[in-house]
Design a protein around this ligand. Structure first.
Ligand code: UT7
Length: 323
């Protein structure tokens, strides 16, 4: 008997405030045209004052639980992928656990920046396969607007806030690639590249700090590493690009999304794209895209999905799952 971690529910939450590119024209030397053509972003959502990552995460979790048709008490573990926790500690995951009224189970955060959701999915999968948990709530939630240097036009126009969540549940499979659930994972990091994307604050400075990025360098690594990790994950599952129904990529830049799809020889008709509406929401971007992709009628039960993401660290990875 093979155990698989199968998606039972999905949901997302976006803060009410929508910020179109034009709003940046008033504060920095930029244009809607530049932002659209260089990144594909048209608008993004920003959290309201006092609205924290845990609030967004809780709303997404409630939506995923409703979609799954189960109560929070049935959840054994909560994993939140985030780099923008409300506080240094406790974890956002325990805040969500409390907000959901759960009195059992365990909860913790995973920090792998924009690749965080792939790392969280891999962790949830390992826990389900090893019997430590039967149902895991996996959440990606971020408020990157709070890390922006509003004078740096090369970064402040790119990011947004939001959250997405999946309910994963142990189910019996046949051990073949026809099974629903997570079929393979591929995780990577390389700390030699820590200086091309980081936040210049934390315990060392006593401040939250601001995001600093060498955009061109990160772009170069993304184009090279994303197709590679996606191919490796497919290979581990015994599948190829031809088997892929949907690439659900990290939504940082439409040019990176297109470049990766081209390298994977998957046409853009089979890629879920939300970057125009959300901007880069870091660890929230993949679960947001999964939820929106399902709501649009793109992703259907039985579809073979590859997710891939890269971010600060550098950290990058891919997950292959059958929806
Ligand atoms: O999720 C984590 C991973 N992050 C990413 O994947 C982001 C990766 N990087 C990128 O997406 C792209 O590199 C950017 C969108 C950040 C930048 O695009 P680019 O084509 O690499 O532009 P660039 O940084 O080379 O800048 C080109 C020009 C520069 O002017 P000069 O030096 O050629 O005169 C910039 O100063 O565009 C200028 N520029 C802007 N102009 C108008 C940079 N930002 C802006 C802006 N508005 N907001």
């Amino acid at each position: 008997m093979t155990i698989r971690a199968v998606v039972r529910g999905v949901g997302h939450y976006l803060p009410d405030r929508v910020v179109p590119n034009a709003e940046f024209e008033a504060i920095i030397e930029t244009s809607d045209e530049w932002i659209r053509s260089r990144s594909g972003i048209e608008r993004r959502h920003f959290a309201a004052d006092g609205q924290m990552t845990s609030d967004l995460a809780t709303r997404a979790a409630q939506a995923a639980l409703a979609d799954a048709g189960i109560e929070a008490e049935a959840i054994d573990a909560i994993i939140v992928a985030t780099s923008t926790p409300d506080l240094t500690f406790p974890s956002v995951a325990t805040m969500v656990q409390g907000a959901l009224g759960m009195t059992r189970g365990f909860a913790f955060d995973v920090q792998a920046v924009c690749a965080g959701f792939a790392f969280a999915l891999a962790n949830a999968n390992a826990m389900i396969l090893s019997g430590q948990a039967t149902r895991v709530l996996v959440i990606g939630a971020e408020t990157f607007s709070r890390l922006m240097n509003w004078k740096d036009r090369g970064t402040c126009v790119l990011f947004g806030d939001g959250a997405g969540a999946l309910v994963l549940e142990a189910a019996e499979g046949t051990g073949t690639t026809a099974d629903r659930g997570i079929l393979s994972t591929d995780l990577n990091s390389d700390g030699r590249f820590r200086d091309i994307l980081y936040v210049d604050g934390g315990t060392s400075t006593g401040t939250t700090g601001h995001l600093v990025m060498e955009g061109k360098e990160v772009f170069r690594h993304a184009i090279e590493k994303l197709a590679e990790t996606a191919h490796r994950a497919l290979d581990k599952a015994g599948l190829t690009s031809d088997d892929v129904d949907w690439i659900v990529p990290h939504q940082a830049n439409i040019r990176i999304i297109e470049g990766t799809a081209r390298r994977m020889q998957v046409p853009m008709e089979r890629v879920v794209v939300t970057v125009q509406d959300h901007g880069n929401t870091s660890a929230a971007s993949i679960p947001l895209a999964l939820s929106v992709g399902k709501a649009r009628g793109q992703i259907k039960q039985g579809d073979l999905i590859v997710t891939e993401a890269i971010g600060g660290g550098l950290a990058w990875g891919a997950v292959v799952l059958r929806w």
